[in-house]
Design a protein around this ligand. Structure first.
Ligand code: ADP
Ligand code: ASP
Ligand code: MG
Length: 410
C-alpha cells in the first residue's frame, strides 16, 4: 500500500460529469490498495468570477474578506467530489482548511502554509478530499495566491509522507513551452526541480512556483499528467533531481516561458550620482512592490540618466503613486509607463557550461524585427522584455531556434 496525493485542477473539476470521472480515477487508486488524499481546485473560471466580484464591490477590498469570497470555489468542489465518491461506494470525507487544519501565515491573498495536520483525516480510513488554495490564519480563512492548489497538494504530500504527488491537469505534462501557443512544443518526460522552478517563476503556470520550491525542499515526487487521457505509470512528466536526470536527457535549453503580467516604468533624467537608484527602489520596496527587470542607461552629457524597470502589472497603479510622491527625493523629470509588455525567458541548466545562448536569442528576435526593451540573466536563464503583441511570434521563433520543435505537430 502506498500513500498518494492526487490533485485535480479547475478544468478537471468543471461540472458534475467531470467530477464523476475524477471520482472514478480516485476509485482506481483506492481499489489498488493505496491510501489516497485528494486536493481539488475550484471549477475552471470560478475563481476569476469570484475575484471580479470583490473588485466590483470595491477596488480597495479587504484581503481578509477577499479570502472569504475566493476560497468558496474549492469548498464547493471538495463537497461535490466527496458526494461523487460516496455514490460509487468509496468512503470519502471533505476537510476544509480550518478543519484539518492547514495553518498559514497572516498574509491574506498570498499566505504561506506553515503546518498541516493530516492525522485525524488519515485515521478515518476514508479518502480525504481537501480543497486546495485555502488555509486558516488566526481563525480566519486564508488563501495561497492564484494557482495555489498545486502548493496545497505538495504540502499535503509532504505532511503525509506520500510516495508521490500526482498533479492532474488539462495538458498531459510539462512541455518545452506552453503547448497552447506552440503546437510543436515537445513534452518533457523528466525535468529537474531547479528548471521547473525557474520555468514556473517566469510564467509557465502549469505549476505554481511555490509548489515546486516546496517539493524540492521536502523531496516530494511530483508527476504532472492529464486527467483526460488514460496512460500507464510512465505517462506525464516527472519532476526529478539533477542527479536523477541522466546525461542523455540533459539539454542546453529546457524550455521557454512568457509572462504578460508585468508593466514597464521609465524614469527620465534621474540625477547621475551615488544613491539615486536607491532613492527609486527603496520606496517601492517599502510599499511591498517587487521590481523585476532593471536597466540603467548610460549617463546623458548633462549628468543625468534614464532608469527603466518592470513591476507586476497589478501593482502598476500603486507604483506610479509611490514614484510620483517620491519625485522630489529622486529628482527625475519624466515618468513613463507601459503595461503592454511581455517577458520572454529561456531556461536551461546547460547554459552554465555553454556560451552563446543569449546571443542566439537576441539574433533570432532581431531577425524578426522584434525590439528588446530590457534584458536580465541568471545562471540558468535569460529574459527579455518585448512588446506584448509580439509574444506568440517570439516564443515560436525561439522554440525553433533552440531546436526544441517536435518532429510533428502535437
Ligand atoms: P489547472 O487548473 O489544472 O491547475 P492551469 O491552467 O493552472 O491548470 O495550468 C495548466 C496550463 O498551463 C495548460 O493548459 C497550459 O496552457 C499552461 N502552460 C504554460 N506553460 C506550460 C508548459 N511549459 N507546459 C505545459 N503547460 C503549460
Ligand atoms: N482556484 C484557484 C485559482 O484559480 C487555485 C488553483 O486552482 O490552483 O487560482
Ligand atoms: Mg493551476
Amino acid at each position: 500500500m502506498a500513500r498518494i496525493v492526487m490533485k485535480f485542477g479547475g478544468t478537471s473539476m468543471a461540472g458534475i460529469e467531470r467530477i464523476r470521472a475524477v471520482a472514478a480515477r480516485v476509485k482506481r487508486e483506492v481499489d489498488a490498495g493505496h491510501q489516497v488524499a485528494v486536493v481539488v481546485s475550484a471549477m475552471a473560471g470560478e475563481t476569476d468570477r469570484l475575484v471580479n466580484f470583490c473588485r466590483e464591490a470595491s477596488s480597495l477590498y479587504d484581503p481578509r474578506e477577499y479570502d472569504v469570497v475566493v476560497a468558496s470555489g474549492e469548498q464547493v468542489t471538495s463537497g461535490l467530489l466527496a458526494i461523487a465518491l460516496q455514490a460509487i461506494g468509496v468512503p470519502a470525507r471533505s476537510w476544509l482548511g480550518w478543519q484539518l487544519p492547514i495553518e498559514t501565515s497572516a498574509a491574506h491573498a498570498s499566505a504561506r502554509i506553515e503546518t498541516i495536520a493530516m492525522d485525524a483525516a488519515l485515521a478515518t480510513g476514508e479518502v480525504a478530499v481537501i480543497p486546495g488554495f485555502q488555509g486558516v490564519s488566526e481563525g480566519r480563512v486564508s488563501t495561497l495566491g492564484r494557482g495555489g492548489s498545486d502548493t496545497s497538494a505538495v504540502a499535503v504530500a509532504a505532511a503525509m509522507k506520500a510516495e508521490r504527488c500526482d498533479i492532474y491537469t488539462d495538458v498531459d505534462g510539462v512541455y518545452t513551452t506552453d503547448p497552447r501557443i506552440v503546437p510543436r512544443a515537445r513534452k518533457l518526460k523528466r525535468v529537474t526541480y531547479e528548471e521547473m522552478l525557474e520555468l514556473a517563476s517566469v510564467g509557465a503556470k502549469v505549476l505554481q512556483t511555490r509548489s515546486v520550491g516546496l517539493a524540492m525542499k521536502e523531496g516530494v515526487r511530483i508527476r504532472v499528467l492529464s486527467s483526460f487521457v488514460d496512460g500507464d505509470d510512465d505517462t506525464g512528466t516527472l519532476i526529478v533531481s539533477e542527479e536523477e536526470l541522466g546525461d542523455m536527457e540533459r539539454q542546453l535549453i529546457t524550455g521557454i516561458a512568457h509572462d504578460k503580467n508585468e508593466a514597464k516604468i521609465t524614469l527620465t533624467d534621474v540625477p547621475d550620482r551615488p544613491g539615486a537608484v536607491g532613492s527609486i527602489f527603496t520606496p517601492l520596496a517599502e510599499a511591498g512592490i517587487n521590481v523585476d527587470m532593471i536597466v540603467q542607461n548610460i549617463a546623458h552629457s548633462r549628468g543625468s540618466t534614464d532608469v527603466t524597470f518592470t513591476v507586476p502589472a497589478a501593482d502598476l497603479a500603486r507604483s506610479l503613486d509611490v514614484l510620483t510622491k517620491a519625485q522630489d527625493a529622486i529628482g527625475y523629470t519624466g515618468l513613463v509607463h507601459d503595461p503592454r509588455v511581455a517577458k520572454i525567458t529561456v531556461v536551461g541548466v546547460g547554459m552554465r557550461s555553454h556560451a552563446g545562448v543569449a546571443a542566439t536569442m537576441f539574433k533570432t528576435l532581431g531577425a524578426r524585427g522584434i525590439n528588446i526593451q530590457a534584458i536580465t540573466t541568471s545562471e540558468i536563464k535569460v529574459s527579455v522584455l518585448i512588446d506584448e503583441d509580439e509574444t506568440e511570434l517570439a516564443v515560436r521563433v525561439l522554440h525553433t531556434a533552440y531546436g526544441l520543435d517536435a518532429e510533428e505537430a502535437a
